[in-house]
Design a protein around this ligand. Structure first.
Ligand SMILES: Cc1ncc(COP(=O)(O)O)c(C=O)c1O
Length: 424
């Protein structure tokens, strides 16, 4: 059957007529217009019945795999109790208690539906707490698509990331290079008394899966404390994934506020802003507005509780670490065998792949920018054709549902993709 006559092709055409660009989020424009019929565990099937091994996990949330049965059961039960009451409920309180129990540095939280909105709340709280205006942030880090935070980095400059976004909206942000302790100290020496908050991905996962240099996060922590600046970790990707307590736990450095989403609720839409008690004081009285119709609904709360039921004994992390490490090792051996310069770096649960003739891991964003990522983009297309669902931008996520058998199957499909790619 030619592509033009398949069910998937028909659905693509229908999607393009009614959804702008055929999708509901611009990040999905980057991948070909796969129309997914269903997903289970670490596999998904398109509308033509083709099966894919999935390393995209819906951009990260499906850390427990798709439709994990025990989680689904608890969500369904919650749904039968009604979803939103415009009032607090038992599951919401328990979800907050359980989250705070695994984040011992924090006292309180607020729930929301997306991390983009939680970042907004964090910045508002930091400005209120400090009476300052500026936000210090970093090239290559993503904190959502809103006017005051979306950037594209062009060399040393941060530019508005979208048409229709006014440049002035970025005015209160100062953007510098991450993982550079000297640049951080110099910026604080110059602007420290105007900076309300430093916001960062504590491990740079939106670009390159770069871990913080030894001592860097502590250096940032110390200088923020000294300058009275609120330190915000955006743990949207790293939270509940790189370890139960996220990057703060893994790297042993605590922020003042942190944003969680994705892996926290196993694919159901839920985000949280977590932090120290005193920072929430004006939120608690209502003087500082944080609101949202869907915040803390029963399904989201049940999803958090059900996820924590799976994650709390930490065996999931040991499993993902074993499988992810085996995958990185096997793929590295494969590309070395074929003498193809693909490099893998990061952690077993979230790593990055790129074409790069250099052998050393990348530690800074400009090194990543210097690499032509179009070649990997073309290869990702070949991987998808060979039955491995991956992101064009190079990030690979491993879930609790992946097994060593899946690694073996992935290596076979990757090998086939390499042969096609290098011959093509
Ligand atoms: C680090 C980080 N922050 C914020 C966001 C925005 O999250 P959401 O899409 O839930 O608004 C994302 C999304 O990928 C992210 O990776």
């Amino acid at each position: 059957m030619s592509a033009a006559t398949t069910t998937q092709h028909d659905l693509q055409q229908r999607a393009k007529r009614v959804l702008a660009g055929g999708v509901s989020s611009n990040t999905r424009l980057l991948n070909p217009h796969l129309i997914v019929e269903r997903a289970r565990g670490c596999r998904l099937w398109d509308a033509d019945g083709t099966e894919y091994l999935d390393y995209l996990l819906g951009q990260g949330p499906n850390f427990l795999g798709y439709a994990p049965p025990r989680v689904v059961e608890k969500i369904v039960a919650a749904q039968h109790d009604g979803i939103i009451y415009a009032a607090t409920h038992r599951r919401e309180i328990e979800a907050a208690e359980r989250i705070l129990a695994v984040l011992p540095w924090a006292d309180q939280l607020r729930f929301g539906s997306s991390s983009s909105e939680m970042i907004q709340a964090a910045m508002r709280i930091a400005r209120n707490a400090t009476g300052r205006r500026s936000i210090l942030r970093f090239h290559g880090h993503y904190h959502g698509w809103f006017d005051n935070i979306q950037i594209r980095s062009d060399g040393a400059q941060a530019l508005p990331g979208s048409l229709g976004q006014i440049a002035d909206a970025l005015d209160p942000t100062v953007t510098i290079e991450w993982n550079d302790a000297e640049a951080f100290a110099a910026t604080l020496a110059e602007h420290g008394d105007t900076i309300a908050a430093v916001v960062m991905e504590p491990m740079m996962l939106n670009a390159g899966a770069i871990v913080p240099a030894e001592g860097y996060l502590q250096h940032v922590r110390d200088l923020c404390s000294r300058a009275g600046i609120v330190l915000i970790f955006d743990e949207t990707i790293s939270g509940f994934r790189v370890s139960l307590g996220g990057a703060a736990e893994l790297f042993g450095v605590t922020p003042d506020l942190a944003v969680y989403g994705k892996a926290m609720a196993a694919g159901w839409p839920c985000a949280a802003l977590v932090g120290r008690h005193e920072l929430f004081a004006d939120v608690a009285t209502g003087a500082l507005t944080h609101a949202g119709t869907f915040n803390g609904n029963t399904i989201a709360s049940a999803a958090v509780l059900a996820s924590l039921d799976e994650l709390e004994d930490r065996s999931v992390y040991r499993h993902v670490e074993t499988v992810g490490s085996a995958l990185i090792e096997a793929l590295t051996a494969l590309v070395d065998h074929h003498d193809v310069p693909i490099r893998f770096q990061g952690l077993p649960m979230a790593f990055h792949a790129r074409f790069d003739s250099g052998a050393e891991p990348i530690t800074r964003y400009p090194q990543l920018q210097a690499i032509d990522d179009r070649r990997y983009g073309r290869f990702a297309n070949q991987l998808i054709t060979s039955g491995i669902w991956v992101a064009y931008r190079g990030i690979w996520y491993v879930s609790a549902a992946h097994t060593i058998d899946d690694v073996d199957e992935t290596v076979k499909r990757f090998d086939a993709a390499l042969s096609e790619f290098t011959q093509g």
